[in-house]
Design a protein around this ligand. Structure first.
Ligand code: PNS
Length: 171
């Protein structure tokens, strides 16, 4: 597949990959802003080999799908394998990632360079800055707070709070 130099609508497809364990208010904001830049945004729930997930994949997909149901340009799916291969499968030219602080780039830049090499010619990672009021939020903190019964409202939507409470109660 080769991309032309123009920005034709049919090429404005992006993949937003992540582990979404769970979806945070930061992720949701990025999905909403990202969706306005493209004609189709594929939110892909993937495996991060460095993390042991709290929520099973099916629940993560379901939560993201439920919380983004109003977004007509967004579709949610699980994917096993490399993001670059998913991008080729769905015809996405862009990979979307959020950056909360400079420290995020230590992880993000090697990944962006790798995905550039692994992907179809012209595949680019596009970074959106997290909104300042959401930069402190991370899924890791949310999992920690959930396990200890803290107030999750500032971090995640009510639907996610409910799911997490049920999850830690059942454990
Ligand atoms: O939300 P996260 O945990 O920061 O997301 C990391 C994720 C899932 C995007 C990353 O681990 C990933 O892309 N995993 C799939 C394998 C892959 O394509 N890795 C990047 C190229 S080496």
């Amino acid at each position: 597949m080769r991309w032309g130099g123009d920005m034709a609508a049919e090429k404005r497809i992006a993949v937003y990959p992540g582990s979404f364990d769970p979806l945070t208010r930061g992720h949701l904001d990025l999905i909403q802003r990202g969706a306005r830049l493209v004609v189709r945004l594929v939110v892909a729930v993937l495996v991060n080999s460095a993390k042991e997930p709290l929520l099973p994949e099916a629940e993560r997909v379901e939560l993201v799908a439920r919380e983004t149901r109003e977004e007509s340009r967004v579709e949610v799916r699980a994917f096993h394998g490399l993001v670059a291969h998913l991008a080729a499968e769905v015809g996405a030219r862009w990979l979307l990632r959020g950056v909360r602080a400079a420290a995020d780039l230590e992880f993000e830049l090697p990944m962006a360079h790798s995905n550039h090499l692994l992907g179809q010619p012209g595949v680019e990672t596009v970074f959106l800055p997290a909104r300042p009021e959401l930069t402190f939020i991370s899924s890791r903190l949310v999992r920690e707070i959930a396990r200890s019964g803290g107030d999750l409202k500032p971090f995640v939507t009510p639907g996610v709070v409910k799911q997490l409470k049920a999850k830690v109660r059942d454990k």
